[in-house]
Every structure is written in structure tokens, then in C-alpha cells.
Design a binder for this molecule. Sequence first.
Ligand code: B4P
Length: 197
Amino acid sequence: MLNIVIFGAPGSGKGTQSELLIEKYGLEHISTGDVLRKEITSQSELGKIADSYISKGQLVPDELIIDVLAKVLDTKQSRTGVIFDGFPRTLDQGIALDKILKERDAELSLVINLQVDEQELIGRLLNRGKVSGRSDDNLETITSRLNVYKNQTAPLIDFYKKAEKLVDIQGGGRTIQEIFSEIDQAVSEVYQKAIAC
Ligand code: B4P
């Protein structure tokens, strides 16, 4: 089983590249952003809480999102594995993910770190904001999301480097397909190992 984290700043292409990986490898997709947006649309209690954080560009509290992640994971039944898109976003979430997988006799296979410079991220998110209707795709919220990424999420890079799970991918300045080819190479290596076991 493959368990892949797709990691990067807001707008780095996590969702975009996840779709291509799912199509090629038949992985299940867990996007915590999508899960939370569905809760907001259905106006559930969780949705109301999530909205109050997301619209300000802040992270939903760890204790809420970790619980959501574990529950969603248990609804997935892929024979190939799972792609975690937008989770973990804090060190505590990273530690929790290891534990959640261990409790299910599984482990993380790979962390894909999409590297994109800040001006390109801002341009992409403002562009998406013109059509997405997302409450967080405006300049003020984007600035706050990028700060949250630097302070709370980026420390996970060292965490996964130490665990020897991290592969850096240049996620900016080239086409979606060019980026995907490089990701595909890294994933196919762990995929070959996983099916050989
Ligand atoms: P997400 O939905 O994960 O939001 P995101 O990081 O902005 O999305 P993503 O990075 O996937 O966008 P993509 O690159 O695909 O989270 C939203 C919010 O939910 C968070 O801010 C937080 O508040 C909350 N949340 C989610 N998970 C949480 C967690 N674990 N803990 C706490 N809170 C959590 O797309 C960006 C744009 O770039 C697209 O328009 C795409 O078309 C374009 N693009 C992609 N690749 C490109 C390329 N190569 N060239 C040009 N454009 C490209």
C-alpha cells in the first residue's frame, strides 16, 4: 500500500497533482481542504467552526482536523493506497499521521514537497479566486495563509527530511505535465517496492 503526502504552500499544485496521481495509480484521495469545504457548504457544526478559521487564512485547530482525518481514512478502501493532500499542516498533525497509520499497520511511503516561489503562488491563487468563489482566495487572506505556511507548516520539511521520506520537486515555472512527470518518477519507485512486498 502506498501512503503519499503531497506537501507545499497554498497554491503549490497539491490538488492539481493529486488528481493526476489518482488517475494513474488508482489511489484514494483525502484533501482536508475539500472535506472542510463540504462541511461549510452543508452548514454543519464542524463547517461553521472551519469557516471561521479558513476565511481568515488560519488553520483549523489540530484536535479537530486530526479526528476528521482518521474518520475519513477509515471510509477509504483502496488496494493501492491513499494520497494525503493538505494534511499534515503542523508538526503535531505529522506526528498524529504516523500514529494513525501505525495503528492501521501501515506507514508513510513518500512525501512530495512542491516548491514554488511566493510571487507565483500569489498569482495562481488570485487567478483561482476569480472563478473559485472561495472565501480564502483574496490578497489579504492569501498573505495570511502564506505566513501560516512559513510558521506552522514548513517545519514539517525537516521532520520528513530526518525520516528520509521527502522528495523535493520544483513545482513552479513549468507546466503541470512537466511537474507530474518528475513526481511520477519518484512515485513509481516506491510503487515498485510496495508491490514487490
Ligand atoms: P486547501 O484546500 O488544501 O487549499 P490550498 O492549499 O490553497 O490548495 P492547493 O495547494 O491544493 O491548491 P492547488 O495547488 O491545487 O486548504 C484550504 C484551507 O483549509 C487551509 O488554508 C486551512 O484553513 C484549511 N485546512 C485544510 N487542511 C487543513 C489541515 N490539515 N489543518 C488545518 N487546516 C486545514 O491549486 C492552486 C492553483 O494553481 C489552481 O488554480 C491550479 O490550477 C493552479 N496551478 C497548479 N499547478 C500549476 C502550474 N504548474 N502552473 C500554473 N498554475 C498551476
